[in-house]
Design a protein around this ligand. Structure first.
Ligand SMILES: [Zn+2]
Length: 339
């Protein structure tokens, strides 16, 4: 799992920003309501951090942000929390959305040595080395975070409230996803090692079972303003990847100790009955992880606060838009879903 850093991965250097192409949307004939809820019907468990974790991350991250941005985010807290999962919901309706949530680092190898390596942080350099199709196939999570960060800066500059809120929720989602170890490997659900279901186990079942015991509101580990935050997403990805040894090792150990007969149960998710790890398995696995899920959640929360605040500062600390009427907000949301 040890990866060599690409020479471009300096936390001090800023990569060349690329304005992201907007992807064409499909399902244009379906009603907005159907488009919105179809992914929930298709894919109840494979959604990045689970529903509650993504929402909790945004909720707690708002607490870390200084004024005046804090007040703006707090005022719009309900909307932001409600839309924390929008990026996942788009996976089934927007071409090019799926690959924004991960990067399979183990797919990247040096052309000459064949050794695993980190791809270039600069998108143009990465494209010239691997080709865009290959990059998209293996996931473009870190580059996407850099593009989304720029989008949020632009939204602040425009003082466009709807755009600020959408970019704030989306950026938090993508940054948080890359804190999940299984979003950095092609073996993302254990299919290659006979550990199917490990994705939901780590990022949904454990947080759902233990969230109340997590200490998520810890003091920030680093300054809230970090002009190198977008570059630092590569360190986040590397840290996530290095967590994989424990993620897989602890699962295998737990399975050996309690046996397959005791390892599984069934969970009802809406109208779907799904085979998941049993509570007995969860409790034992959780202890072996030694706080790993909680630490990655705390790091996600702190990173979101830093990204948001830094974007606002880099936009020139503009005055924040005032509250709009509920009717205006409802119309803007419908308009956004239709486009
Ligand atoms: Zn996601």
């Amino acid at each position: 799992m040890k990866l060599k850093r690409h020479p471009e991965h300096s936390l001090l250097s800023r990569p060349h920003w690329l304005v992201e192409d907007f992807n064409k949307k499909t399902f244009t004939n379906a009603t907005p309501c159907f488009r919105r809820f179809l992914p929930l019907l298709l894919c109840p468990l494979s959604i990045g951090w689970g529903f509650s974790a993504h929402r909790k991350i945004i909720d707690v991250a708002i607490q870390h942000v200084p004024e005046p941005l804090h007040n703006f985010l707090k005022t719009n807290r309900d909307w932001l929390v409600e839309h924390a999962l929008d990026a996942d919901l788009r996976k089934h309706s927007v071409i090019g959305e799926r690959e924004r949530h991960y990067i399979d680092l183990d797919e990247f190898r040096n052309q000459h040595s064949g050794m695993e390596c980190m791809p270039p942080a600069n998108w143009k350099h990465a494209v010239s080395e691997f080709g865009e199709a290959t990059l998209r196939e293996h996931g473009i999570g870190p580059w996407n975070v850099q593009w989304q960060f720029n989008k949020l800066i632009e939204a602040f500059r425009l003082k466009d409230k709807d755009r600020i809120l959408r970019c704030t929720a989306d950026l938090a989602h993508y940054v948080s996803d890359l804190h999940v170890p299984l979003h950095t490997t092609k073996n993302y659900n254990g299919a290659l090692t006979g550990q199917l279901g490990i994705h939901a186990l780590w990022e949904t079942q454990i947080p759902e079972l233990k969230m109340d015991a997590f200490n998520l509101s810890r003091p920030l580990n680093s300054p809230i303003y970090n002009p190198a935050c977008a570059d630092s997403i590569w360190s986040v990805v590397l840290d996530s990847h290095e967590c994989l040894i424990l993620v897989f090792g602890a699962e295998r150990e737990t399975m050996t100790e309690i046996g397959e007969v005791n390892a599984f149960s069934f969970a009802e998710r809406g109208r779907v009955r799904q085979k998941v790890r049993s509570e007995q398995f969860l409790l034992r696995y959780y202890l072996k992880l030694d706080g790993q899920v909680e630490r990655r959640m705390v790091d996600s929360i702190q990173a979101c606060a830093i990204f948001w605040y830094t974007a606002w500062v880099q936009a020139g600390q503009p005055q924040l838009p005032a509250e709009e009427s509920e009717k205006r907000r409802f119309c803007a949301t419908i308009e956004w879903l239709m486009n």
